[in-house]
Design a protein around this ligand. Structure first.
Ligand SMILES: Cc1cc2nc3c(=O)[nH]c(=O)nc-3n(C[C@H](O)[C@H](O)[C@H](O)COP(=O)(O)OP(=O)(O)OC[C@H]3O[C@@H](n4cnc5c(N)ncnc54)[C@H](O)[C@@H]3O)c2cc1C
Length: 440
């Protein structure tokens, strides 16, 4: 499903309740009341739509990129919160039971306690949920605990929200709109159940085993997994997967990592893992033979599907080399004759991953490999500093490389500045693919 379809689909989903409310043709109320109801209807639909932006549905992540989907999830959650916050304060009609003749609640707000309490609960919980998500890194909470709370909280917000709209809503008293809310809530909960219950159940038939864990560079490990099932291990060079090592198939202890092996190289899957926190700091101690589970592949960071690009430019910062290594390996394994260039930035020389292999690719495939160090050792003859506009201009400034495909992976700040610099060099946005190693 192309992105051009995903966006209209989203808009249809969140505007459907509003459109159905409008079509009821109820007698008009003061504009402020209509705005209040509209804000509430759209906010609730947006909350329910968040369940489909979990970054776990391949049809979506393969087109838009997981980081884009998750960013949309975060921003849209804030938008829903904003609408939900203003919703009760916009009403101007009195909060008293409407007179008996006013069957369409035109003159007053029909808010009994039965309809009010779920609304207040959803309203407070939603604020808490968004605040918790924004402050997650500072809170020191374990990611897995946060994720569990986030999921449970989201189900409560959705459930209370729908209860509120069905009991208190003027427009949602309509049987058709009522059924739409129930259907949307059911689909939202089903999406969550699919990701955390059904998909793991299916995954039980596809177990993996850790084949080896070796040191790749300073505080960085290469983890190789072997499938213990017959059948296809399908992924595209540059994609990522959720890795669960040593836990049960339903465990929330799973982390996203880019696949660094080439799909054409065989059925084993390789990952390059940099020590950062709770899990990654212990990855060096994982024993060969440990059971593992893989959920994926996800992501759109791949040269596949871009056969028309005359060349491939890869720009990596730190462990962002992982997906780009997969692409370089695949280009070589498939004998892709297009020219390729890699700009690979690290802080120190000890952090460079797969240095000999990159040299070998340069020698055999003709890949232009440029190492850039911000803290070079004495006697370093390569590039120094950051991957900045000046360096990019030197390597990609010519008109011949403007039509290349640019694939970027690294720290968010680096990606933002590299994207800006490439656009300033005249590279169209459609030729730039990037992925941030941030997922929350
Ligand atoms: C698409 C993608 C691809 C990635 N590829 C690589 C790669 O190839 N190599 C690599 O070293 N790192 C990669 N990362 C980053 C890697 O996922 C995190 O470094 C790792 O999850 C940290 O886990 P931790 O328990 O060691 O750290 P913690 O201290 O628990 O967490 C540090 C931070 O890492 C993130 N994080 C932790 N656990 C999770 C989780 N389960 N899901 C999502 N985010 C989490 C959170 O932002 C958290 O605040 C990738 C991330 C993404 C989103």
């Amino acid at each position: 499903m192309p992105v051009a379809v995903l966006v209209p689909l989203y808009l249809i989903l969140v505007l459907l309740p509003l459109a159905l409310a409008r079509l009821q043709g109820l007698p008009p109320r003061p504009l402020a009341d209509e705005l209040a109801s509209g804000a509430g209807l759209v906010a609730l639909a947006m909350i329910l739509a968040e369940f489909f932006l979990l970054g776990r549905f391949r049809g979506v992540t393969r087109r838009a990129g997981s980081d884009v989907v998750m960013r949309a999830h975060q921003l849209l959650a804030r938008g829903a919160l904003l609408l939900a916050v203003v919703h009760p304060f916009l009403y101007v009609s009195p909060m008293t039971p409407p007179p008996v003749w006013d069957v369409t609640s035109r003159t007053a707000l029909n808010y009994g306690w039965a309809g009010m309490w779920p609304g207040i609960a959803a309203w407070l919980l939603l604020g808490g949920l968004v605040a918790m998500a924004i402050a997650r890194d500072e809170s020191g909470a374990r990611y897995q605990h946060w994720r569990l709370l986030h999921g449970l909280g989201a189900v409560l917000v959705a459930g209370f929200g729908v209860l509120h709209v069905l009991r208190a809503g003027r427009y949602s008293a309509d049987p058709l709109l009522g059924r739409v809310w129930i259907a949307l809530l059911t689909l939202a909960v089903a999406a969550l159940l699919y990701v955390y219950l059904v998909a793991p159940l299916i995954r039980r038939c596809r177990p993996w085993r850790v084949a080896s864990v070796t040191r790749a560079a300073a505080r960085t490990w290469t983890v190789t997994l072997t499938p213990e099932f017959e059948g296809r291990v399908g992924y595209r060079a540059g994609q990522f997967a959720w890795l669960n090592i040593g836990h049960g198939v339903f465990s929330l202890d799973e982390n996203p990592f880019s696949i660094s092996s080439a799909p054409s190289a065989g059925r084993d899957m390789e990952f390059i893992v940099k020590e950062l926190g709770d899990f990654t700091r212990t990855v060096g101690q994982v024993r060969p033979g440990t059971r593992a589970w893989i959920e994926g592949p996800h992501g759109h960071l791949t040269h596949e599907g871009h056969a028309g690009a005359p060349g491939i430019a890869l720009i990596a910062g730190g462990v962002g080399i992982a997906p780009l290594l997969s692409i370089l390996r695949e280009l070589s394994a498939t004998g892709d004759a297009r020219p390729a260039a890699l700009l690979y930035g690290n802080r120190t020389e000890a952090q460079i991953v797969a240095r000999e292999e990159l040299q070998h690719l340069a020698d055999t495939h003709g890949t232009e490999v440029v190492h850039v160090l911000s803290e070079p050792p004495a006697g370093w003859t390569g590039a120094t500093g950051m991957i900045d506009a000046e360096l990019l201009g030197r390597h990609f400034g010519g008109t011949a490389r403007r039509g290349w495909l640019y694939i970027l992976c690294g720290p968010p700040a680096m990606l933002t500045s590299v994207e800006q610099a490439l656009k300033a060099l005249g590279v169209p946005s459609s030729r730039i693919l990037s992925e941030r190693f941030v997922y929350d």
